[in-house]
Design a protein around this ligand. Structure first.
Ligand SMILES: [Zn+2]
Length: 86
């Protein structure tokens, strides 16, 4: 019984280690993927990028450009749309 328990513990630990390793390699793949911001050209990690629409339909932009350019423009367009409907 002691042996059985030890084997199960070893299996569980093995699985846990395997899972952690898989997660790490997945994370590394994402982290290593660098993209250039289509607005300022700054190199950013893929997971940090934002959709630059409506400024650009293609590419990705950094969070700086997103908060300083893209979001204000979206808000302006939203207001403009609302005004038009009135
Ligand atoms: Zn940018």
């Amino acid at each position: 019984m002691k042996e059985f328990t030890e084997n199960v513990v070893a299996d569980v630990q093995g699985l846990a280690t395997k899972r952690v390793n898989e997660n790490v390699s997945e994370k590394e793949q994402v982290v290593n993927k660098k993209v250039k911001c289509c607005l300022c050209g700054k190199e950013i990690e893929d997971w940090q990028t934002n959709n630059p629409f409506p400024i650009s339909a293609n590419g990705r932009c950094c969070s700086d450009c997103n908060s300083k350019i893209v979001i204000p423009l979206r808000l302006r367009l939203m207001r403009f749309d609302t005004k038009k409907e009135d």
